[in-house]
Every structure is written in C-alpha cells, then in structure tokens.
Design a binder for this molecule. Structure first.
Ligand SMILES: Cc1cc2nc3c(=O)[nH]c(=O)nc-3n(C[C@H](O)[C@H](O)[C@H](O)COP(=O)(O)OP(=O)(O)OC[C@H]3O[C@@H](n4cnc5c(N)ncnc54)[C@H](O)[C@@H]3O)c2cc1C
Length: 410
C-alpha cells in the first residue's frame, strides 16, 4: 500500500517535493492562502505579474534545470541591469566602474576599502562570523564612514529596522555570493511573461487542498483530523503549533515581513532597474519594465519595496494601506515621479516573508529530517542561506523528496 504524505504549503518547496513524490506515494498538499506562496502573481486584464519582485542569477542552476524540465527554458531571458543609490536626495547609477568612481557618496579611500572588503569576503569562511553582529563587523573592518555611507542604506533596504540583529556572517556570505559583477553590471534572469507559468506546471499533477493545515500527533501524524505517515512542513516555522514545535525541538526563528506596492505608469520613472534609498520610508524601487520589455505589459511597472516586523504588519489594517500608498507616492515625487502618470497601484504584504539572519542563526538551521516522519523544506533550510530564493526553495523540496524516497524505500 502507498504511504500517505501531507505537504504543508503550496509554495515552490512544497510543490516541488509533492511533484516528485506523487509518482511514488499518495501526496496531499495543504495551502492556507494562494498556490505559489511568495511567488504568487497578481493579474491585470492582459498580463500577470508577481506580487513581489523576482529575478534569478546564473548560479541558480537547480532553478534553471527545473525550468528546462518543465519545458520553459525557451522563456528564460537574461539581461544586464542598472542599479542605483540615493545620495543627498539624488539618484546615482552605480552600475559601471566609472559611475562608481564618480559617485560622490564616498571618497576614493572609502571606495578602495570597500573593494578590499568585497575581495576578502570571497576567501573567508563566513560561518566563523555567525556570532558577530553586522554593525560591529563593519565598524571593525571598514569604519564608521563606510558603514553610514554605504552599508546602512543597503541593510535598511534588505531588513528594514531588523538590520541591527543581522550577523556579520550573513553580510560576508552575501558578498561572496553576489560579487560576480562585470563592467556592464549584474546579469539577471527572468521567466518572460511571468513565473506563474512555472507554478502552473509544478502543480499540474499534484493534489492541492485549499485548507489551512492544523497538525497534531496521536500515534500517527494527523492533518485536520486525517492520518498521514509523513509530514513535509514548508510553511514558516511560527505557523506551526507551539506544542508541536517544542516537542520536535525546533528553534525559535524570527522572521521579517514584506510590504510591496506595485504601480502601473504611463511613463518610465528612471532607466535604473533597482534603486536603494536612504531617506524614505521604503527601501528600494524595482522598475520591472527596465528589465523586461514594456511590450509584454503595455505600461511601465514598478515595485516599491519595504521590510518590517510581523508585529507591525499585524497592526496595519487594510484601510491604512491606502494611506501607505499615498506616503510612498508622495516620497517618490521628490525623486521626479509625476503622480499624474500613475495609472493604478496595489499593495501586497506578507507576514513571514523571510527569516532574519541574526547572530547565531546558522547553528539554528534545522535539518531536513526532524523526527519520526516529520521533514522540513523551504525558507528555513540551508539551501536558503544567505538568501532565500526560488532556487533554494525548489532545491530543498527536491532534497526532502529524495530523503523520503530513501527512508521509506519508495
Ligand atoms: C519581497 C520578496 C522578494 C523576493 N525576491 C526574490 C528574487 O528576486 N529571487 C528569488 O530567487 N527569490 C526571491 N524571493 C524569495 C522566494 O520568493 C522564496 O524563497 C520562495 O518563493 C519561497 O518558497 P517556499 O515554498 O519556501 O515558501 P512560501 O512561498 O512561503 O510557501 C509556503 C506556503 O505555506 C502556506 N502556509 C502557511 N501556513 C500554512 C498552514 N498552516 N497550512 C497550509 N499552508 C500554509 C503559505 O500560504 C505559503 O503559500 C523573494 C521573496 C520576497 C518575499
């Protein structure tokens, strides 16, 4: 008789493990909200686009191979994009070596120090720095000026006010992973016309129930009262009942939350894809149509992204989101956005959008196999360090599926 597996969450990790295991076991996926999870899309009349900005990198090989397997590799589009930074209420492109050299936000010596730090990150064992805070690490090695002028805006745009808790290991690992830029900028990939196509294909032969899963254990594992031999948990750990969490010995992992405004515009805001800000309540703008062709959408599209805490997100009621939109648009006017150009706007939020990579995080990363038929895939696994990614989530789903195939001789 086939074993019964419950997968909690229909994001990339849940869908990928379910897709692989469905051939060998009875698999049911439980999804509390939307199939696709963090990679869900929002649809206008003539196109669909991710509610949160998404792109991938050349070293995301498992994702690229999965797209091939799903017959979607013909839709992969690569492009060198421009990145920028606000300084003194102005936006500067920091894409080419010449632009970086001319950037007035740092002096020549500070730029040299920065290059030295980036190069040294490539050679370091970053896990040795897991207990050191990012602020102490930078102040120690790069100094106060460079911290304030360069790292602080980046950390704020990535973690909001949670940046103070982040480990130096995370920064070094991140620099190691993302320092392969050339003089044209950073090469990014996207699935032309949207990642919803990948979600649809991953979900094709998978049984999905639109139910919030409540897990219990009475001898066997139960999900919403139904017995299962195996649980694959891919949702954020705080979503798991505290008693179960404690009985499995899972660590307390803190999360950050995301708020993303998406706007449709008659004209382009700038020619830069990704801009970090230092004087606004949001952290970055990501102009999607500076990456993908405007013909695919018939209008210019831009994300306005910020990170906050689950406590703050909970206190934001839906009517307050309208005020937030106004605040973001007003702030963007200072950088040249003509709000008469904005055709529509939508705001999306996620309470647990990623773990905070705080001091000591690495030793808390759970194994894939926890205990007695309980497995973990998704954002908390090693595949998603130092950055949660589509590649990491898909890969964790594959690793857990392979482990279960071996453990149960499927
Ligand atoms: C703002 C933002 C930008 C990003 N940008 C990029 C990018 O550019 N490139 C990149 O590679 N990655 C990016 N990511 C990361 C990427 O989206 C995620 O790593 C990936 O989609 C996570 O997949 P997952 O399956 O691990 O988790 P999730 O997508 O979070 O899936 C978990 C699912 O579990 C469901 N769930 C929760 N509780 C329950 C319950 N009790 N019962 C049933 N279901 C439950 C949730 O609704 C969710 O659908 C970004 C993420 C965010 C938030």
């Amino acid at each position: 008789m086939k074993i019964k597996i419950a997968v909690i969450g229909a994001g990339l990790s849940g869908l990928n493990s379910a897709r692989i295991l469905s051939e060998r076991a009875k698999v049911v996926v439980f999804e509390a909200q939307r199939v696709g999870g963090m990679l869900s899309s929002y649809c206008r009349d003539n196109y669909c686009i991710e509610t949160f900005y998404h792109h991938f990198f050349e070293n995301d090989t498992y994702l690229i191979n999965t797209l091939k397997e799903l017959n979607l590799s013909g839709k992969i589009k690569w492009k060198y994009v421009k990145v920028g930074q606000e300084y003194g209420e102005k936006i500067y492109s920091l894409t080419t070596p010449l632009e970086i050299l001319k950037y007035p936000g740092m002096n020549f010596l500070e730029k040299l120090k920065l290059i030295k730090l980036v190069l040294s990150a490539k050679r370091r064992e970053f896990n040795e720095y897991d207990e050191i805070g990012v602020i102490d690490g930078i102040l120690n090695e790069a100094g106060k000026e460079l911290f304030e002028k360069f790292f602080l805006p980046l950390l704020r745009s990535k973690f909001g006010e949670n940046y103070r808790e982040v480990s130096y290991a995370w920064l070094l690992a991140r620099m190691k992973l993302r320092s392969n830029r050339n003089f044209k900028g950073e090469k990014l990939g996207y699935l032309r016309h949207g990642f919803w196509q990948m979600i649809e294909r991953l979900a094709e032969n998978v049984e999905i129930r639109n139910e919030r899963a409540k897990i219990s254990k009475f001898g066997k594992w139960k999900v919403n009262g139904e017995s299962f031999d195996v649980i694959i948990f891919t949702a954020p750990i705080p979503e798991l009942d505290l008693n179960i969490r404690n009985s499995l010995g899972l660590p307390k992992i803190r999360y950050q939350s995301s708020i993303c405004m998406l706007i449709g515009m008659k004209d382009s805001f700038s020619d830069i894809y990704w801009i970090n800000y230092s004087s606004t309540s949001f952290g970055a703008t990501i102009e999607h149509t500076n990456f993908m062709p405007i013909e695919d959408y018939g209008e210019h599209i831009m994300y306005v992204a910020s990170y906050t805490t689950p406590e703050k997100i909970e206190s934001i009621r839906d009517e307050m989101l309208i005020d937030l939109k106004r605040v973001y648009l007003k702030e963007l006017e200072r950088f040249g956005l003509d709000t008469r150009n904005v055709k529509w706007s939508e705001i999306f939020k996620a309470k647990y959008s990623g773990p905070i990579y705080e001091r000591g995080y690495m030793k808390n990363i759970p194994d894939y196999r926890i205990h007695d038929g309980f497995y973990i895939a998704g954002m908390n696994t090693l595949d998603n360090y130092p950055e949660r990614s589509m590649n990491g989530s898909l890969l964790s789903g594959k690793k857990v599926a392979d482990l279960i195939i071996k453990d149960f001789s499927l």
